[in-house]
Design a protein around this ligand. Structure first.
Ligand code: ATP
Length: 223
């Protein structure tokens, strides 16, 4: 479960990026995070995975206060979270297979387990036949899917996605959204930031709407 209690964040020298944010997202829930450019979407996601610290309030993840964790506890926290960025941040001089394997290599998993898990993740996103390709040989949508495979290969209980469909056309965006919905149906908690309100309009998921660093809407939309 993700819980924000009176959370505020100010970057040094800047105006408040988030102000008094309160919400909770239950385990297994799926929600979208919307808002104009600069509304604070990325900041909110970065607070959950410990990439930034709140100046005020508490960010709780499965009961642990992320803002109070020692630096040495952060790897443990991040193991529970898969993160997908808009620019996917793939290593261009490594194959698709190696890019997806990286989180498992870092954890020191046995080679056979890595092979099994990477194959399963690539199968899930439909790129098993391109495991020996380099990212440059893939389309933008395929590269984004490799980033998704890397995020799920360690079976996280929480998936955070920051504008994962930002550079993709309508069809690819819908495919990516469908993938997230499938992960959610297996019990993974999903929080996805997006500008693309057209993409999520006909969905039944919860929408958290930020404006100027404040949470101005928390709704369930249906057809
Ligand atoms: N590292 C940083 N240092 C200083 N200010 C920052 C930093 N990161 C973000 N900000 C500021 O915090 C505010 C919120 O930014 P944030 O990136 O969270 O918004 P966003 O909703 O994700 O925007 P976008 O949709 O354009 O990615 C903005 O005013 C931004 O300029």
């Amino acid at each position: 479960m993700i819980q924000f209690n009176h959370v505020s964040k100010v970057y040094s020298g800047g105006k408040p990026a988030l102000q008094n944010i309160n919400f909770s997202l239950n385990s297994g829930e799926m929600a979208f995070l919307t808002g104009h450019s600069g509304a604070g979407k990325s900041t909110l996601l970065r607070l959950i995975c410990g990439l930034e610290r709140a100046n005020d309030g508490h960010v709780l993840l499965n009961g642990y206060d992320v803002s109070q964790l020692k630096k040495s506890d952060l790897p443990f926290l991040r193991r529970q979270i898969g993160v997908i960025f808009q620019d996917h941040q793939l290593l261009m001089d490594h194959t698709v297979y190696d890019n997806v394997a990286i989180p498992l290599i870092i954890l020191g998993k046995p080679v056979e387990e890595i092979r099994r898990r990477v194959s399963a993740a690539l199968d899930k996103i439909g790129l098993i036949d391109k495991m020996k390709f380099y990212p440059i040989q893939l389309s933008g949508g395929e590269q984004q899917r490799v980033g998704i495979a890397r995020a799920i290969v360690n079976k996280p209980t929480i998936l955070l996605a920051d504008e994962p469909t930002g550079n993709l056309d309508d069809k690819l965006s819908k495919d990516i959204l469908k993938l997230f919905e499938e992960f959610n149906q297996t019990g993974v908690t999903v929080l996805m930031a997006t500008h693309n309100t057209g993409l999520i309009r006909r969905k039944h998921h919860r929408i958290l709407n930020l404006s100027q660093g404040r949470l101005i809407g928390d709704t369930h939309v249906s057809d």
